[in-house]
Design a protein around this ligand. Sequence first.
Ligand code: GLA
Length: 732
Amino acid sequence: MKRKSIVALITLVAALYPAFGQIHISTSGMSLLLDAEKGCNLKILYFGDRLSSSDAENIMFSGTADRNAYPPYGLDCPSEAALAVIHSDGSLATELKVEDTSTADNGNSSVTKIRLKDPEYPFYVTVCYRAYKDVDMIETWTEIENREKKSVVLTEFASGFLPIRRGNVWLCHLHGAWANEGNVVQEPVLPGMKIIKNKDGVRNSQTSHAEVMFSLDGKPMENSGRVIGAALCYSGNYELKIDTGDTDWHFFFAGINPDNSSLKLAPKEVFKTPELALTYSDEGLSGVSRNFHKWARNYRLAHGNTLRKILLNSWEGVYFDIDENKMDRMMADIASMGGELFVMDDGWFGVKYPRNQDDCALGDWVVDSKKLPGGISGLIGMAKKHGIDFGIWIEPEMTNKISELYETHPDWILKSPLREPVYGRGGTQLVLDLANPEVQDFIVGTVDALMTENPDIDYIKWDANMSVMNHGSQYLPDDRQSEMYIEYHRGFEKICSRIRTKYPDLTIQACASGGGRANYGVLPWFDEFWVSDNTDALQRIYMQWGASYFFPAIAMASHISAVPNHQTYRTVPLKYRIDVAMSGRLGMEIQPRNMTEEEIDLCRNAIAEYKIIRPVVQFGDIYRLVSPYDGLGLASMMYCSPDKDKAVFYWWKTEHFRDEHLPRVRMAGLDPDAEYSIQELNRIDTVPLPFEGKTFSGRFLMETGLEIPYTHTVASEDRNDWSSRVLYLVAK
Ligand code: GLA
């Protein structure tokens, strides 16, 4: 048959059976349309706004992506591939045809699985999609199964692929460094290849992040425009690629970074890739953030629907200089300010090698009885006396050259056989080999011992302060050395899930030299992450702004610290530091003993007020209003309760000049017809704001907004160049 008549026949069949092989995966606001005709390639036709069933049926006549939904390498594949396999006979070509499909309803979500098979090899890939009913999120992953007689090698194994129609598409992603994590980068997607990847091995969000957004309508807007969001749910090395060649489409791939990580699949072995979470909103970047936050709170974050406690962490207050009296005093101080939890950071352990600095004792998780004669139980007793809970810092994936653990188990570290160890922090730190089940048992045992001896430990800060600097697992066999990175994170996941099974109620913070572990791979086991070791309030605005693209406030640990700031040496007034910290999960990281009575009072008041707004901040919907990155001299954002009866509005001046003209900020997310009363929180001004206690309609606040005074009305000796406001809105 000639090509033309084949096309005519296909068109006729398509007209008669418009939804032939079509699978419509949907949430309340999104659709993903596949063509899964048996014996053919699995095609992705559409991803975006929810389609009506008639539009879905006719979509093939409108022009669609019509792309292989999981493109394998080797046949008719001149561009990038999601999957590349060296088959058992050495062939590098893979073809995948639909064998069968199934959909299972799991209550809040439904899972669609499309099983693909190579026509020439007993090699299978199941492409999976989980669609949530109450959140606009579809997770996709694959299950790759080798049924060949011998092993195959996977050299590319993305979690998912998405074609995005070219036009004026912009990419938003996060980039940073230690003490400057999560900076927003916005750039147009241009022809060629854009790659965002990580090779740290342990921490995967200190520099770039595994989450991105695509603004489909030109330069990204916070509260308008169509946006696709994507988050790879993985804690290890990742690779996100956007390949723009000679078609109308940008091709987006996301998965584990395959660099130096080829994976051997033995016969009958199945490899499951991590989930790639996809979302869509026509309410701009903030709309996509709200989708991520809702999904995180309901499905992806440990205890996502439980309010977080207000805590004091000892790190910046005393660093390694821990002793019982200081801990007792800090607990008394945070309790007197209304705090609910005290967390003792690094420096509490090590017998043969006391941990007085960062070069020893990781792995020797035994209390230093010189510093803490009463042990952990003594500290818990003190916490109880003060009416607060107690938490503790550990860094269980690591050891030091100077440690009893390393003396006993030099075979437990990651290291290539003929090479000397490469040291990290303190010139002595080493990464344990989490591929090794004995190491997994040791780490689980460490937490278990701590918790068994001290069942009242309420919170663990789990740190990880080093990259993999020496490629080699002393546990994995020679022919599986390339799997070290993947096996490390498999081990990590096993450890986390064993700990979570036994201690489901524990609160656990993911810290990794600050914000190195802000990712949806770890968050099922962790309640929150430490946004950055940098606690400077001004720089935090930029970092927390970025983190809020993907992560909800309930997961973002945000602490009031001392001035001059220990990382930037900047002196920012306490009011401003409080107003910034109150936009996340509020805590303190300071020596209260060094504060004045007046400062203590301000914090006490802030903690009391935070308790009032906490449900709105931690469970609310985010609306970012004016970005600090736009250089307009201020940043502003707000949270609204889901039923829009309460809201918290933040306004932080980021620059200060005479004769400046800041924009008047229009609010968002309110009920236009509701009347909201306005109350300023953390007030330091000697006179109330003109609109204090007044009532305005949501419509007015969103169309016009309030004039926020540029400076504070305070005694002349208290004037300075900083200004910030937090307003609480309550519908009448
Ligand atoms: C890392 C963390 C800090 C602190 C120190 C302790 O740097 O990010 O918050 O816990 O370790 O050594």
